[in-house]
Design a protein around this ligand. Structure first.
Ligand code: PXG
Length: 459
């Protein structure tokens, strides 16, 4: 048996981790996760950790679900791989496509499978441009996205995303992608004294202004996450998305909902667009479609686009070896059925979602918390230096990282995005487990508060 030290040494020698400062991790040593069950993980030292991030926003049904393991095992024995090119198909891909058409909003009857969310968004870029080409408007090729959005890490995904750190590496964004400001009330509405609802309309009109600036005949699509996940669980005001829908309708711009995080029950409806009140033309999905047990992503293609691609399109010159991978689709099928059979969407909407919202309303009283927000089973706590004024911490002190350090030591996985502490626990979580999680969160906030006091960072 290898010790933790052995794992860390081999890891440091050979494994380049995603979004990681390689040298600094090699010095510290990676935490090695060896098994999991339900909402808990265990590391190679035997420590039990409450995974309040569902792996990476994906393990919606929790760890250790037999039905998914059996589906994968069965499919691996029967037909581990065949492609979907050259006029062939496999039963799991067909059946998953059928089931996705059932659980998605009524405008969706077709799916294009990919291996990940990033590939899904690359597909979106090619597909919306193809759509406008086929309609005789090839100049309509600009896609509008938002700052601090995350849409993946491939060339198109990272370009659609609005992360300045990513754009700074490798000459991004690619041409034809522009960004407007995000609907983050605390940063962009509160300083002006706008109410949340007022700000939602202001932020949606930034889209209209950008469309008019570019010329509507140039704008192919607008893409957004219903709730920005990696950007820090930014829950937009209730007025935002309905107004965005009206703006897209007014100018004929396609609306793309990136459901990679919000899909499959996370917000208390099957898809985030249903919670937010939009009717997208395309939806990107990944993560929760298989609860992360195996990689799978895709794009739901609404009838407006599908009809054009099918009836006027000829060959769409796009696809991946693993588009419709039979094992991934078999697991997806078992997973989506399990979400449905366990009633997990209703569980989030009627039980644990409201319960978490109440717990977060209580946490909002903590001296370190400027705002506490939830949407379904996503939550954010903004850490502030001065609760009365909402003043931020000195960025050099890295309050979020201090708090995250305590979480690590206390056996809780909660992410820090700047000073926003975020969670997205598995949808199978119970009220008792939420109590356990919130007690840990409160303890880590208290420890961070004590550190801030000792470091003279308060008030
Ligand atoms: N869209 C959204 C909304 C995402 O959250 C992707 C696309 C890309 O999916 P793939 O499967 O290509 O990774 C994502 C992925 C974080 C973090 O730090 C979030 C993601 C990925 C890695 C890190 O919260 N989301």
């Amino acid at each position: 048996m290898r010790t933790t030290r052995d794992w860390q040494d081999a890891d440091a020698r050979h494994f380049l981790h995603p979004f990681t400062d390689f040298r600094s991790l090699a010095r510290k040593g990676a935490r090695v996760i060896t098994r999991a069950d339900g909402i808990h993980l265990w590391d190679s030292d035997g420590h039990r950790i409450l995974d309040a991030m569902s792996g990476l926003w994906c393990v919606n049904v929790g760890y250790g679900q037999r039905a998914l393991v059996d589906a994968a095992t069965r499919q691996l024995s029967e037909l581990p791989f065949y492609n979907a090119f050259f006029q062939t198909a496999t039963p799991p891909a067909i059946e998953l496509a059928e089931l996705l058409a059932e659980v998605t909003p009524p405008q969706f009857e077709h799916v294009f499978f990919t291996g990940s969310g990033s590939e899904g968004n690359d597909t979106v870029v090619r597909m919306v441009r193809r759509y406008w080409d086929l309609l005789g408007e090839p100049g309509r090729d600009v896609i509008i996205s938002r700052r601090n959005a995350y849409h993946g890490s491939t060339m198109a995904g990272a370009s659609l995303g609005g992360m300045s750190g990513m754009h700074a590496q490798g000459g991004l964004p690619i041409p034809g992608i522009v960004h407007i400001e995000q609907p983050y009330w605390w940063a962009h509405g509160r300083p002006h004294g706008w109410s949340r609802d007022e700000f939602g309309l202001v932020a949606a009109r930034w889209l209209e202004q950008e469309i008019l600036r570019l010329g509507p005949e140039k704008v192919a699509a607008f893409i957004g996450e219903p709730v920005q996940g990696a950007g820090g669980v930014i829950v937009p005001p209730a007025t935002y998305w309905p107004e965005v829908q009206r703006v897209c309708d007014r100018y004929g711009v396609l609306l793309v909902s990136d459901e990679v995080i919000c899909g499959f029950g996370r917000t208390g409806r099957w898809f985030g667009c249903e919670t937010m009140g939009t009717r997208p033309d395309l939806m990107t999905f990944a993560k929760g479609v298989t609860s992360g047990y195996v990689p799978l992503g895709g794009v739901m293609v609404g009838e407006r686009v599908a009809r054009v691609l099918i009836e006027r399109g000829g060959e769409f010159a796009h696809g991946y070896t693993y588009s419709g991978h039979p094992v991934a689709c078999a697991v997806g099928l078992a997973n989506v059925r399990l979400i449905r059979d366990l009633g997990l969407v209703e569980h989030v909407a009627n039980d644990v979602g409201p319960y978490l919202a109440q717990a977060y309303a209580d946490l909002a009283g903590h001296p370190l918390v400027g705002e506490a927000e939830t949407c379904g089973l996503m939550g954010a706590l903004l850490l502030v230096r001065d609760k009365a004024t909402g003043a931020a911490f000195d960025p050099a002190w890295e309050a979020g990282m201090v708090c995250r350090g305590h979480c690590f030591r206390e056996g809780l996985i909660m992410r820090a995005v700047g000073d926003r502490m975020i969670i997205a626990p598995p949808l199978v979580i119970t009220r008792t487990q939420i109590d356990e999680m919130v007690a840990l969160i409160r303890r880590c906030l208290d420890l961070t508060l004590a550190d801030a006091r000792a470091a003279g960072q308060l008030g």
